[in-house]
Design a protein around this ligand. Structure first.
Ligand SMILES: *[C@@H]1O[C@H](CO)[C@@H](O)[C@H](O)[C@H]1NC(C)=O
Ligand SMILES: *[C@@H]1O[C@H](CO)[C@@H](O)[C@H](O)[C@H]1NC(C)=O
Ligand SMILES: *[C@@H]1O[C@H](CO)[C@@H](O)[C@H](O)[C@H]1NC(C)=O
Ligand SMILES: *[C@@H]1O[C@H](CO)[C@@H](O)[C@H](O)[C@H]1NC(C)=O
Ligand SMILES: *[C@@H]1O[C@H](CO)[C@@H](O)[C@H](O)[C@H]1NC(C)=O
Ligand SMILES: *[C@@H]1O[C@H](CO)[C@@H](O)[C@H](O)[C@H]1NC(C)=O
Length: 372
């Protein structure tokens, strides 16, 4: 009797816990595949779970099966444009229950090319607005000889399709936007962190997130882009690195912290998390060349990124006991083994935080285990 009760107890109360303790392996040497075994064409986007035990969603750029320019990643930026600068790139939606290679299912297109303002799209980022109960998608689009802008679209689910609600988010520092991230605080207030003329700013959004309130904070560093804005244990973190226009050597990660989303922010001591002496980095099979004076090289010509990538996004992975791993992701521009832009890989690594919230330096890792 006792053992039957124990068995019932084990199966009813404990077994579900074991079921949720799923250990997966994340590999940085192999391409990430979809459920059909095809390389996922998904770059510079957001990766997140909206419900406990729910699917992870990726809203990311599809660059297509275009062959890379031979030298520097932005060689094709002029007209006629090359792989990274086409007008028909899609903001693709992917989902996965466990983040592993082979687990990604294609959900669809966020918004048809003909339904969005014409331009070359970068860095789509999705957030959920708890006040309006809508999913809000932001993207940056570049137009030839005109300022770059941020567009805002909405949908009732992360599956889209998204409807354009604002073709030009009115951030106060001019209209020419670069890379950005959007952060939603615990009280539902939204903030955009964005680069403009190579400087980074934060701006508070209106309650629906369609506009900027104009309330802003500006950082000191020059020639920076690719920000991430996050909160952990009541510390606000803004991470960004030196400009790296599809640069294959990758860039750095400067950490700024504050106890207020609007700052003032303090630069974490001991410098960049990712830029290291060139002799310390792994070699790649790519034929591409590092773009001179960009990424880590901008700050110190003798350094390069240990992650061989430019910062993209931090995935929050919470296990069944409520412990969250912060998985940093970076885009490995120009490093597709076959030279196809859509096949460029990403580097993923868990971040380490000390007891004061200081983030540890990065290392290259071939593979790691993640508790999803
Ligand atoms: C969740 O992660 C923490 C930290 O690694 C670990 O102590 C805990 O056992 C994990 N929980 C489960 C259910 O795996
Ligand atoms: C974007 O999607 C459209 C429609 O599905 C497709 O024709 C086009 O090739 C896609 N673009 C890229 C770069 O894959
Ligand atoms: C991850 O999800 C995929 C797709 O649903 C599934 O085939 C695979 O078994 C899962 N992996 C683990 C370790 O649960
Ligand atoms: C996008 O375009 C395709 C092909 O023209 C069409 O079938 C689909 O309904 C469109 N999607 C939306 C959301 O308008
Ligand atoms: C942006 O537009 C909204 C809506 O018109 C307005 O409330 C807000 O003040 C504007 N922000 C700036 C920075 O001009
Ligand atoms: C880079 O290395 C060269 C050669 O060792 C040295 O002369 C130069 O000062 C170094 N530059 C920096 C910024 O450290």
């Amino acid at each position: 009797m006792k053992s039957i009760l124990t068995n019932i107890f084990l199966s009813v109360f404990l077994f579900p816990l074991y079921l949720h303790a799923i250990q997966v392996s994340i590999n940085n040497l192999k391409p990430r595949l979809d459920v059909n075994g095809v390389i996922i064409d998904a770059h510079d986007g957001s990766i997140q779970q909206f419900e406990k035990n729910g699917l992870y969603y990726m809203h990311a750029m599809q660059y297509g099966l275009c062959e890379e320019p031979p030298n520097y990643g932005c060689d094709g930026a002029g007209m006629p444009s090359k792989c990274g600068f086409q007008m028909d790139h899609n903001i693709s939606i992917w989902s996965s229950p466990n983040l592993t290679s082979g687990s990604w299912s294609y959900v669809g297109n966020s918004i048809n090319v003909t339904d969005r303002p014409a331009g070359v799209v970068f860095r789509p980022h999705l957030v959920y607005n708890p006040k309006t109960k809508l999913y809000v998608l932001f993207w940056n689009y570049m137009r030839w000889n005109q300022p770059s802008l941020y567009a805002v679209g909405i949908a009732e689910t992360p599956n889209g399709p998204f409807k354009l609600v604002n073709p030009a988010l009115n951030v106060s520092r001019g209209a020419s936007g670069g890379d950005f991230d959007v952060f939603v605080d615990d009280d539902g207030t939204g903030y955009i962190v964005y680069s403009q003329n190579y400087y980074m700013s934060i701006e508070q959004l209106t309650p629906d997130y369609y506009y900027s309130t104009g309330k802003s904070y500006m950082f000191d560093e020059y020639f920076v882009e690719a920000p991430i804005f996050l909160k952990k244990n009541n510390i606000y973190y803004v991470l960004f690195g030196w400009c790296c226009c599809y640069c294959m050597q990758g860039s750095g990660v400067l950490v700024h912290t504050s106890n207020n989303p609007m700052g003032p922010y303090t630069l974490q001591t001991d410098g960049d998390l990712a830029c290291v002496a060139k002799s310390n980095t792994i070699s790649t099979s790519s034929n591409a060349l590092p773009t001179p004076n960009q990424g880590c090289e901008f700050h110190n010509i003798n350094t390069t990124s240990i992650a061989r990538s430019q910062q993209n996004y931090i995935i929050k992975v919470t296990n069944s006991s409520g412990y969250t791993t912060y998985v940093w992701t970076g885009d490995r521009w120009q490093q597709a083994p076959d030279g196809i832009k859509g096949h460029e890989p990403q580097f993923w690594t868990p971040l380490t935080f000390d007891e004061n919230g200081k983030i540890g330096k990065m290392n290259w890792i071939d593979e790691f285990t993640l508790d999803v």
